[in-house]
Ligand binder design. Structure first.
Ligand SMILES: [Ca+2]
Ligand SMILES: [Ca+2]
Ligand SMILES: [Ca+2]
Length: 226
């Protein structure tokens, strides 16, 4: 039986992908800037490295729990941030969820939320339960990548899921077709590829937006987001 948390986890990943699809559909008619492109192996790896850099906020070469466990902001805190800062924060939070949130059958939501372990739920534990569960699920995700068990995820660990893309590319074209992707049965590999594909789509969307606003190459992405 699937617990609601499992469903929640699937929903988080699903929402990202659905947002991509919906937005793609809404823009396909007018500007034709979207079509499904077979991702190249090089692009998947480059996007994955970019994802790593985004999540490694202090740029010390390791993703730590503190960097990906972003607490939700109060209204006052939100008001203090610029649109650009909010957008960057939302992007990091959504990438962190897509890459690191994990739920396994043997996790017990009550046990995890009962932080003092007395078998009862205090008011404080109850109020914090979502944040407590999220932290726990992110720790689970970090543990999956953290093969040297130093508590953080280094780039080589983060990229390890994408080490065998050449084996998936059975026709040796350098790109991964739908048929080739459909044969991948390692969920972790699928997750890494999808997040890279999503980021690649997102950056193409940004490029086409900036392109429609100025004729020159634009390094500065627009801060307002419709
Ligand atoms: Ca770091
Ligand atoms: Ca590590
Ligand atoms: Ca191929």
């Amino acid at each position: 039986m699937k617990s609601w948390i499992q469903i929640f986890c699937l929903a988080v990943v699903g929402t990202v992908l659905m947002a991509a699809t919906a937005s793609a559909q809404s823009s396909s008619g007018s500007r034709g800037n979207w079509r499904w492109q077979e991702p190249t192996i090089t692009d998947i790896r480059n996007q994955s490295t970019e994802t790593f850099k985004l999540l490694d906020e202090d740029e010390n070469g390791s993703i730590t729990l503190e960097e990906i466990d972003l607490a939700s902001l109060s209204e006052e805190e939100t008001a203090e941030l610029s649109n650009e800062e909010l957008r960057a924060r939302r992007q990091r939070s959504s990438l962190a969820s897509s890459m690191f949130l994990r739920w396994t059958e043997d996790m017990d939501a009550f046990e995890i939320s009962d932080t003092n372990g007395d078998g009862f739920m205090t008011r404080e534990e109850f109020e914090n339960r979502r944040a407590t569960l999220r932290t726990h699920m992110l720790e689970e995700g970090i543990a999956i990548y953290d093969t040297d068990k130093n508590g953080s995820v280094e780039l080589t660990e983060f990229s390890a899921k994408l080490a065998d893309l050449e084996d998936i590319d059975t026709d040796g074209s350098g790109t991964l077709s739908r048929a080739e992707l459909s044969k991948v049965d390692d969920n972790e590999v699928v997750r890494s590829i999808r997040v890279s594909q999503y980021r690649s789509w997102e950056s193409r969307r940004w490029d086409s937006r900036s392109g429609s606003r100025s004729s020159g190459r634009s390094q500065q992405r627009p801060s307002s987001n419709r």
